[in-house]
Write a new protein. Structure first.
Length: 136
């Protein structure tokens, strides 16, 4: 079962939806993000599995969504990781150590430390709504 840890009012587990889901992969992400001071959520294939309450397939990674306004928080929190940003349409990565390097249309941060890999997708917040992956 995904750990029911609360980060400043943001519940990590999907209450009532994830009873049948257990994953060391998810638990490791929750452990890693435990000290992150800003809202984040699990997206992609894992979000579907959590909503369904069952693991439907093998997952290569866990997609994490963070509001674009908190990029500096990501850069600070993962300061000892190698951080790159995907360049849309060019199939390449560039180093990302500043907020400026992550501005739209860029939205995918790739973080590596040893064998660990995390993808953080930046999403825009418009009032109390989120708009997917920083894309219009």
């Amino acid at each position: 079962m995904l750990k029911g840890i609360d980060y400043q009012g943001i519940a990590v587990e999907m209450r009532g939806c994830s009873e049948g889901v257990y994953s060391e992969q998810l638990d490791s992400v929750v452990d890693l993000m435990q000290g992150f001071q800003f809202p984040w959520l699990i997206g992609g294939g894992w979000s579907i599995d959590l909503a369904l309450g069952t693991v439907t397939r093998q997952h290569d990674d866990v997609d994490i969504y963070v509001f674009r306004e908190h990029v500096q928080g990501v850069l600070n929190y993962f300061c000892d990781w190698d951080i790159t940003v995907a360049i849309p349409g060019e199939h390449r990565l560039e180093a990302c150590r500043t907020v400026q390097a992550s501005l739209p249309p860029r939205f995918g941060l790739h973080l590596r430390k040893g064998k660990q890999f995390i993808e953080i997708l930046l999403t825009d917040r418009i009032e109390d709504d989120a708009r997917g992956c920083g894309r219009s």
